[in-house]
Design a protein around this ligand. Structure first.
Ligand code: NAP
Length: 288
């Protein structure tokens, strides 16, 4: 008798564009694992509790969770990992024999490509543009792993950002300073600059095409690491300008693969064959 295929999926809204099915199905194929990863578009947040109860009943092996449900799912899970609890946001769920356990692999996925620069980041100022879920994962990673002197949070709505910091306790536990994004001169002194907004995304709406980070040779320089969480296109306008100014650049593709690698291990207990999966992913993005 052949073993049944286990189901994994992505919970989100209008997420047909996601590369997660490609990443996880390729990894399973390469390792000969009987899993199938699909997309579950949920339009109405009221359906989240039913979806998670149904997942238990149907024995779905696990999920990724993305915009706008990373926080919505939290009250309906049976347990949270330390990382997920710390930012009250879940991007990976494991169904452990009927118990749904929430994890957050965005933190480790974000940190991975910065780890080689860890010593040079300690005690320096870093900056993050945006104050959504991805920015919170970056604050947590910086605070937990890189010990920066200060984290500048560049935002267009300081009140909203302050509320977010209070909600997650970072107003007390992390050295975060909120700065208006129309006053970016301070990025000159930053060792790391992170774009955690959708600005620069291919085919994004007009709002996401505006650039709040100045693509300016006077502000960008060789002493900086510029990390754009946007992964499509691979080389965003920000990364192009940063490269031209001699800065070290990191594409969002690294975080995408990093968070997927950690989620894959949580579900399957196996190591993702990262180089082969990354090559397939890059081919797919370049063909678009
Ligand atoms: P989110 O929760 O919706 O937050 C987006 C943030 O960007 C908000 O603070 C928003 O400001 C700000 N923003 C949006 N458009 C802006 C504009 N035109 N000017 C200034 N600020 C703007 O989204 P998220 O989950 O944090 O994700 C942010 C980005 O990171 C997305 O592009 C996502 O695809 C990417 N991401 C990548 C990975 C990866 O693996 N590479 C993982 C997670 C996220 P307001 O609050 O004022 O609206």
């Amino acid at each position: 008798m052949t073993k049944a295929t286990k189901i994994l999926g992505l919970i989100g809204r209008a997420v047909d564009y996601s590369y997660s099915p490609l990443i996880h199905n390729a990894a399973c194929r390469l390792l000969g694992l009987r899993y199938h990863y699909t997309v579950f578009n949920i339009a109405d947040p009221c359906m989240i509790p039913d979806a998670l109860r149904g997942a238990k009943a149907l024995g779905i092996a696990g999920f990724n969770v993305t915009i706008p449900y990373k926080k919505t799912v939290v009250p309906y899970l049976d347990e949270l990992s330390m990382e997920a609890a710390s930012i009250q946001a879940v991007n990976t769920i494991v169904n452990d024999r009927g118990k749904l356990i929430g994890h957050n692999t965005d933190i480790a996925g974000f940190a991975a490509p910065l780890l080689p620069y860890r010593e040079s980041i300690q005690g320096k100022t870093v900056s993050i543009f945006g104050a959504g879920g991805a920015a919170v994962a970056a604050i947590e990673a910086f605070n937990r792993l890189f010990a920066p002197k200060e984290i500048l949070l560049f935002v267009r709505d300081p009140e909203k950002a302050l509320a977010l910091l209070k909600e997650s306790g970072y107003d007390k536990t992390a050295p975060v300073t909120i700065v208006r994004s129309d006053d970016p001169a301070k990025i000159m002194e930053c060792r790391v600059i992170v774009n955690a907004t959708p600005i620069g995304t291919r085919g994004g709406n007009s709002d996401s095409q505006k650039c709040i980070i100045p693509l300016d040779r006077e502000l960008l320089h060789t002493g900086q690491i510029v990390y754009d969480m946007v992964y499509n296109p691979l080389e965003t306008p920000l990364l192009q300008a940063s490269k031209n100014a001699g800065a070290t650049t990191i594409s969002g593709i690294e975080m995408l693969i990093g968070q997927a690698e950690h989620a894959f291990t949580l579900w399957t207990g196996m190591q993702m064959p990262v180089p082969a999966v990354k090559e397939l992913l890059l081919q797919e993005i370049q063909q678009q």
